[in-house]
Ligand binder design. Structure first.
Ligand code: FAD
Length: 442
């Protein structure tokens, strides 16, 4: 049977994997349903570049021009930054259209069950909630259902349980803008669009927030918002519309994100605290590497172990990186250090610094997995305490031979002389020497 890859979920992660696999010549089926709630999110230019790089076109049409972003943290306000607001339903609709345009088979249905067997995978789907169940067969499964993806019995590492309550307000047409604000029991993010719709999001610690029953959440949100002065511009002349929507925002790392015939990407592999404002970026990061991992698992099973190691180690490293960025940002808020929300988050996931200072003596040459020609292969890379996954190239120059030449040079031989024996192009030799100089090794 020729390989047929089934992707569950068509958010940014599922979409990016689908486009990558189509480029590698695979038959791809995406099964997904649009998200059941309205949400606006903020993204940086880095995400726009990531979406472009993944090959999205129609999805880009959902991205607005940058708008003002005000931040009030630790009592200080800053309005120097901007962010781009996106309506997630519009973004996801654009992704869906991009997949159709690229030749992906797209099935709009609810996934109810997944069965793995020795020969492949069977996914049970329903087009209508009360309709009949159908099934779709494939030989490889990509789990990209975001935070809604079932844990499937896999071990997961979770941060403090966190919930974000999103209340919708409607007011007169407005200048698009957003604001992030800390308060004693959490933080808030507000956005409004030109059409006057407002998205007021409050994030709390589940254990200590004393949230009321569902029917009283609307009143609870409004009361809390009225206590936050920075919410006022978003509430003036506006009224709450409908019921608030609760979103889990607990950081979660799936400690097993890949097997012989399946892989998890995006939030299904690791979901970060929305404080980072980087969820879509990290979802895309794990998704962009996945096609090469899948290609290796299917075409070069002899490299399956290094392909799995490549995916898992990067997912984990990315998770800890964003978790520590979040921790350092929480630590910058010092007004409510005795409050449970802040205490818990000031020391999670650990107290390790974001970056470890390194010297050239600590550099090692090791064989690690890298991406080459659409597959994962083993190559010699330079590993440092700050870059444990290794650095393969610097501006197109392989670094392992450089580090080895410098380390193995004869007593009395200069670094320049050792590097010159590599016969690099003059421009590359200058770049390498400048890199070594920056490390203090010359
Ligand atoms: P998703 O985008 O969640 O896509 C999964 C898809 O699978 C969805 O379309 C869903 O409908 C579908 N699906 C799920 N289950 C089923 C099923 N059973 N059957 C069929 N389809 C199914 N990120 C930012 O960059 N900026 C922000 O401002 C931001 N704010 C956030 C605020 C909150 C409160 C939260 C919780 C997250 C926020 N994020 C933000 C993170 C961002 O939403 C996610 O990281 C990103 O969408 C993950 O992409 P994904 O493709 O992995 O999953």
């Amino acid at each position: 049977m020729s390989e047929q890859i089934i992707i569950l979920g068509a958010g940014p992660a599922g979409g990016a994997v689908a486009l990558g696999l189509i480029r590698l010549g695979y038959k791809v089926i995406v099964v997904g349903q649009s998200r059941p709630f309205d949400a606006v999110e903020g993204i940086s230019e880095r995400v726009v570049e990531g979406l472009k790089g993944a090959g999205f076109k129609r999805a880009l049409e959902a991205i607005r021009e940058p708008s003002a972003r005000n931040a009030t943290w630790n009592g200080a306000s800053n309005s120097a930054n901007t962010e781009r607001l996106i309506n997630r339903r519009d973004l996801d609709a654009g992704i869906w259209q991009d997949l159709i345009d690229a030749g992906v088979t797209c099935i709009n249905a609810r996934i109810s069950k997944v069965n793995h067997s020795d020969t492949g995978v069977e996914v049970s789907i329903k087009h209508l909630a009360d309709g009949p169940t159908e099934s779709v067969q494939g030989t490889f499964l990509v789990e990209a259902r975001g935070r809604a993806a079932p844990s499937a019995g896999l071990k997961r590492f979770r941060g403090a349980e966190t919930v974000s309550l999103l209340q919708y307000w409607q007011g007169p047409p407005a200048t698009a803008q957003s604001a992030a604000v800390s308060f004693e029991d959490g933080w808030a993010w507000f956005a409004m669009t030109e059409q006057g719709k407002r998205y007021l999001q409050l994030t709390f610690d589940v254990a200590t927030a004393n949230l009321p029953p569902k029917a009283e959440l609307g009143h609870f949100c409004t009361e809390r918002l009225l206590q936050i002065p920075q919410a006022e511009p978003f509430m003036v002349d506006a009224k709450p519309v409908g019921e608030p929507h609760a979103r889990t925002s607990t950081p979660i790392l799936c400690e097993e994100a890949v097997g012989e015939r399946w892989i998890r990407v995006g939030d299904a592999a690791m979901a970060v605290d929305p404080l980072s404002g980087n969820g879509i970026f990290q979802a895309m990061s794990s998704a962009l590497q996945a096609p090469a991992v899948i290609n290796t698992l299917l075409k070069s099973p002899e490299n399956a172990e290094i392909a799995k190691q490549f995916h898992q180690s990067r997912v984990k490293a990315l998770f800890y990186r964003f978790a520590r960025i979040g921790r350092d940002f929480y630590r910058m808020e010092e007004q409510w250090q005795d409050r449970s929300f802040w205490q818990t988050r000031h020391h999670w996931p650990d107290d390790q610094p974001m970056h470890v200072a390194t010297t050239f003596d600590q550099f090692e040459v090791k064989t690690m997995p890298v991406v080459q020609g659409g597959e994962i292969v083993a190559a010699e890379v330079v590993v440092t305490p700050d870059q444990p996954l290794g650095i393969w190239h610097l501006g197109g120059i392989e670094l392992a031979p450089v580090v080895r030449a410098v380390k193995d040079r004869q007593p009395g031989e200069s670094v320049q002389a050792a590097v010159s024996q590599l016969n690099l192009e003059p421009i590359h030799e200058r770049a390498v020497l400048s890199w070594l100089r920056g490390l203090g090794s010359i």
